[in-house]
Design a protein around this ligand. Sequence first.
Ligand SMILES: Cc1cc2nc3c(=O)[nH]c(=O)nc-3n(C[C@H](O)[C@H](O)[C@H](O)COP(=O)(O)O)c2cc1C
Length: 185
Amino acid sequence: MKNEKLKVVGICGSLRNISYTRFSVSIALDAAEKMGAEIKLIDLRDYNLPFIEQFEEEDQPMDLKKYRDEVASADAIILGTPEYHGGYTGVIKNAIDLLSRNVFENKTVGLIGIAGGSLGASNSLNGLRQVTRHLHAWTVPQHVSVPSASSKFDNDGNIKDENIEKRLIEVGETVYKHALLLRNI
Ligand SMILES: Cc1cc2nc3c(=O)[nH]c(=O)nc-3n(C[C@H](O)[C@H](O)[C@H](O)COP(=O)(O)O)c2cc1C
């Protein structure tokens, strides 16, 4: 087990086709991959997930099982969310609510928040920090708020702001290093 690559998954809390959140989470994941991780971007458009309700194990939709298995098999999770009406999106919250607490417990988490406006995504980030604390995850202190997101990327996902790129990379690297520390405890 200890010799296996660490697995880092990123969950994008936007379903838009051109999503700055998806671009940002990808940059952090790529940085974790460069450190040695196996990575997987969970693009929720690829999963036909229900809103949270009670499912018996054997009755759960196939996509839900696939989604739960993907996240459960990860050593670390990067959550990315747009700021919607002053908080994180319903999409990311439902994606979290569909997972049991032990999927997060004692795992490393990194946070990325994307905002259309100049004030950034601090509300989303602080909100997700509160949620992941409740789930007993180890959420790294480095997080990234991307303000005025449409000016920071082109439509192909190329980032135009060097400082934000550095911070996204830092989140990916820190998540990797912290997950490695936890594995070796
Ligand atoms: C319903 C809704 C609410 C939004 N509320 C805010 C907001 O409170 N503050 C803000 O800066 N941007 C807000 N935005 C803009 C989004 O944060 C912005 O479009 C962001 O790029 C979306 O992320 P995405 O590109 O990954 O889809 C809102 C957008 C929508 C659709």
